[in-house]
Design a protein around this ligand. Structure first.
Ligand code: RFL
Ligand code: PHB
Length: 407
């Protein structure tokens, strides 16, 4: 098999890259270890930044998103039993977010690629990369019992945190910077109408809680829990009790309950690989970086990466110019680090540290009060939450530096 761009992974990054390249007349093949039905039902992100939703619409895959997505112009910061609304749109000249499940984005992109004759091979195994240092990279894999080879001009590693792309870069040619948080999220999807119109980010002395949603009939809820938490220790009644306690307000907020459709525990991690390119291999999305989900940024960052990558690949294939490819890693990493900072800031502001004492609690509340009352502080939250424009990095009047090792 032969293609221009071999794409490893049919998550949001790989599928959107394939879609964008197709619109530029560039051929790609997507390889995915999971089945189509698994990829289309994996419950993960829910919040799309303004520009992510716009990208889906502008490139012709936003029809269902516009029909079924829930547009939000604000969010609720809840602390000391009181809700304070952050008016995202008023603070960002009309930008907002759209609540639309990641698996719906994946379904829409798979349908668009297949309808356009795109090639996605599901349930491949034994994927390995060869020759990424040279001009003729090859991806080897097994599909339907046969070992196959995909010859490419470029390879895009969009295979998430546990994929093979990142480890294919020699360890001497990459650095990782990471931080693991001492807590996790226990998330549930419940067949219950949302209890509020907007997302509720709650600071509570028992730990963070988040009220989100997927549709007018389905609620998504999260609780901060200790690392190593076992779902077996959290029967439904305990989950609901804890959610009621943490989300309670002084004026009698009522949380609607319903059957739990799905549940899971997610560790919280910040992780960056630098650089995001090695030879003909370009990493994008979770394959290159992970953020804790508090800022709702992972999928959105993956989309920003592949926009930069599609742009650079298009310039290369159409005009033979490699400046975009040369700048790809630095361009992405500037945004990655902005988003890392925002995600860590939101996480530290809202979660109980393991060594919580009255001092740390009072500092968090003082900071939350500042965000809720100062237009400057609220704008910082709002402009990062709805997403900085794609050209944000190019407006920073600083050279994109190579990674500086921390002594
Ligand atoms: P994905 O989605 O992990 O897709 C990678 C794909 O690669 C496949 N794969 C392989 N394929 C071929 N060969 C191999 N060797 C392979 N190894 C793996 C995998 O099966 C998979 O299909 O990465 P991608 O595309 O970079 O997308 C990233 C996002 O999935 C992720 O950042 C978000 O889900 C993060 N996230 C959120 N992001 C947001 O922007 N907004 C949110 O509201 C939000 N909420 C969340 C989240 C992530 C969460 N969890 C579970 C980690 C909430 C949670 C709880
Ligand atoms: C979600 O709806 O799954 C969600 C919302 C906001 C976040 C993270 C996840 O910050």
């Amino acid at each position: 098999m032969r293609t221009q761009v071999g794409i490893i992974g049919a998550g949001p990054a790989g599928l959107m890259l394939s879609h964008l390249l197709h619109l530029e007349g560039i051929d790609s093949v997507v390889l995915e270890t999971r089945s189509r039905s698994y990829a289309e039902s994996r419950v993960r992100a829910g919040v799309l930044e303004h520009d992510t939703a716009q990208l889906l619409t502008d490139t012709g895959v936003g029809e269902r998103l516009r029909r079924e997505g829930l547009v939000h112009t604000g969010l609720d910061l809840r602390f000391d039993g009181v809700s304070r609304r952050i008016d995202l749109s008023a603070l960002t000249s009309g930008r907002g977010i759209t609540v639309y499940g990641q698996q719906e984005v994946v379904k829409d992109l798979i349908a668009a690629r297949l309808a356009a004759g795109g090639e996605i091979l599901f349930e491949v195994t034994d994927v390995s990369l060869d020759g990424i240092d040279g001009d003729t990279p090859v991806v080897r894999f097994k599909h339907e019992g046969t070992i196959r080879e995909l010859s490419c001009v470029m390879v895009a590693g969009c295979d998430g945190f546990h994929g093979v792309s990142r480890p294919s870069i020699p360890s001497s040619a990459r650095r990782t910077v990471e931080h693991t948080y001492p807590f996790s999220w226990l998330g549930i999807l419940a067949q219950a109408a949302p209890s509020a119109h907007e997302l509720i980010y709650t600071h509570h002395e028992r730990g963070f809680a988040l009220h989100s949603m997927r549709s007018p009939e389905v609620t998504r809820l999260y609780l901060q829990v200790p690392n190593e938490t076992l779902l077996d220790d959290w029967p439904a009644a305990r989950i609901w009790d804890e959610l009621h306690t943490r989300l309670a307000t002084n004026d009698g907020f009522t949380l609607k309950e319903g059957p739990i459709l799905e549940q899971g525990v997610t560790p919280m991690r910040s992780f960056v690989t630098e650089p995001m390119r090695h030879g003909q291999l370009f990493l994008a999305g979770d394959a290159a970086h992970i953020v804790p989900p508090t800022g709702a940024k992972g999928l959105n960052l993956a989309m920003a990466d592949v926009r930069f990558l599609a742009d650079a690949l298009s310039t290369w294939f159409r005009q033979g110019r490699d400046t975009g490819l040369g700048e790809y890693s630095a361009r992405c990493l500037r945004r990655v680090w902005r988003v890392q900072h925002f995600s860590a800031w939101m996480t530290n502001l809202l979660h109980q540290p393991v060594d919580a004492d009255e001092f740390s609690h009072r500092l968090q509340v003082a900071h939350l009060e500042y965000v809720a009352t100062s237009t400057a502080a609220a704008t910082t939250l709002a402009e990062n939450y709805v997403g900085l424009p794609l050209d944000w990095g190019s407006r920073v009047d600083m050279p994109a530096r190579p990674p500086v090792p921390f002594a």
